[in-house]
Each structure stands twice: as C-alpha cells, then as structure tokens.
Design a protein around this ligand. Sequence first.
Ligand SMILES: NC(=O)c1ccc[n+]([C@@H]2O[C@H](COP(=O)([O-])OP(=O)(O)OC[C@H]3O[C@@H](n4cnc5c(N)ncnc54)[C@H](OP(=O)(O)O)[C@@H]3O)[C@@H](O)[C@H]2O)c1
Length: 236
Amino acid sequence: MKTVVITGADRGLGLALCREFLEKGYRVFAGQFMPEWPELDRLRLQYPDALQLIALDVGNPESLAKAAEEIRNCTDVVDILINNAGITARGEGAIGGEMDLSRSLDAFRVNCLGTMQMVRHMLPLMQTGEKRLCFISSEAGSISVCARNGFSGYCMSKTALNMGIRLLFNRLQPQGYRFRLYHPGWMRTYMSGKKSTVGKIEAEESARVAVSQFLEDRDWEDRLVMLDCYNQAWPF
Ligand SMILES: NC(=O)c1ccc[n+]([C@@H]2O[C@H](COP(=O)([O-])OP(=O)(O)OC[C@H]3O[C@@H](n4cnc5c(N)ncnc54)[C@H](OP(=O)(O)O)[C@@H]3O)[C@@H](O)[C@H]2O)c1
C-alpha cells in the first residue's frame, strides 16, 4: 500500500485530495488543523484502516515535529508528500496602504517556511519511497504575470514558497525526487473563512487534475514547471 501525507486536509482542496487518494487505495496521513471541523472524522468512518488523522499546524515548529514523530511511529516510508496547507493574509488593501503585518507574517510562516520545514521532517521517510514532492502554490506568487496591486502578504508568501521549492529542486531532483508544482485555480473553498460562492472551480474537480499530475510519470523530471488545473503552464 503506497503512502501519502497531506497537509491542511480538513476542508477545501486538502480534503478533496484525501478522498481521491483513499479511493485509489492509498494509505493517507491527513494533517488535521481544525479538529472541530467534522469532515475528516466522517471520512475516517468510511476508511478506518487507510486514513489516519495527524494533528498538524504547519506554522508551528513543535506541532510539525510531533506530527512527524507520529507518522514515523506508523510507517517507515512516505511515498508522496502534498504540501497543501495555506492561508491568506486577510485585511490587506492596495499595496502601500494598510498592511496587517501579523497576518502577513502568518502567511509566510504557514505558506512558505512551514512548508519547507514539513519537507525537512518528511525527507528521511521518503528516501526509499516514490520520492514525489508535491506543492500547492498559486499564480498569485508569479512575478512575471502579476497584475494585482494588493493582497501582498499572500502573494509574496507564495513567491517565497516558489523560490524555496526551486532550491529544494536543485538539491533533490538529482537524487531522484520528482517535483510537482500545482496552481489549483480559483476554487470555491474556505480561504475567506466560509465556503466561497465565487471562484471558477470546485476543490473536487481541481483535486482530480492534481492527482493525475502528481501520479503521472514524466520524461522531463529535470524541469520544474507550475501547471494549473487546466494543465496549462504558468511562469513563476
Ligand atoms: N482557493 C483558491 O482559489 C486557491 C487558489 C490558488 C491557490 N490556493 C492554494 O490552495 C491550497 C489549499 O487552499 P484551499 O483553497 O483549499 O483553502 P481552505 O479551504 O482554507 O483549506 C485549507 C485548510 O488548511 C487549513 N490551515 C490553515 N492554517 C493551517 C496551518 N497552519 N496548518 C495546517 N493547516 C492549516 C485551513 O484551516 P482554516 O480554514 O482554519 O484556515 C483549511 O482547513 C492553499 O495552499 C492555497 O494557497 C487556493
């Protein structure tokens, strides 16, 4: 049974990814950030043997270390790591105006630095597995196609994430790691705190495309490319 670890799995894209992998027969370690949110517990009733919930706050070093230890106690191998957890820096207007500094710092801590730490903790378990490192980023981090004039904390945190991924790629791709960098599209998820009614795609649809990209074998693993939910490439 292949093993996948997914961060930010309570709802939105993370939850949809858990469902996809469970349906495909994977063993799933799901990072649970919101124990009060019922959907992961419901999914566990459906897949009591294959789904394991792991308390995980990606922005908190102690939580990361504890979660990694818990996963280590259950398995010797992780085949796929999906770094999905992400937050916006709410309350931001146009650049140069008001900036919620603490929320922007949170965005960096979770979206970028926490993600890098998560990889560090999982690498020892990935050496003998399929070595698939997957990242949910965003077009919002792309410098060359940026048309926004605000939303700076979130955008900058995703740009920083992309750089972190590139650095990891330079080091780990020669060791056989396969990188997947995914922009999930504008989804009707919970990033604002409640289910969005705008957006262009449901998390479930985006998750199906993501999983096909994450699992496909490419003869161009020596290139780091950000693909979106329509399989289009984005500059980053
Ligand atoms: N939605 C979009 O249109 C869109 C577009 C491009 C990229 N993305 C990216 O897609 C990924 C998934 O986002 P989504 O739209 O599915 O968002 P979502 O519905 O908010 O789901 C993300 C989950 O991660 C949780 N989370 C928040 N902080 C966390 C932390 N410190 N540690 C672990 N989990 C944490 C969230 O909890 P809370 O609800 O309590 O915050 C939520 O349950 C993110 O990386 C996001 O940046 C989303």
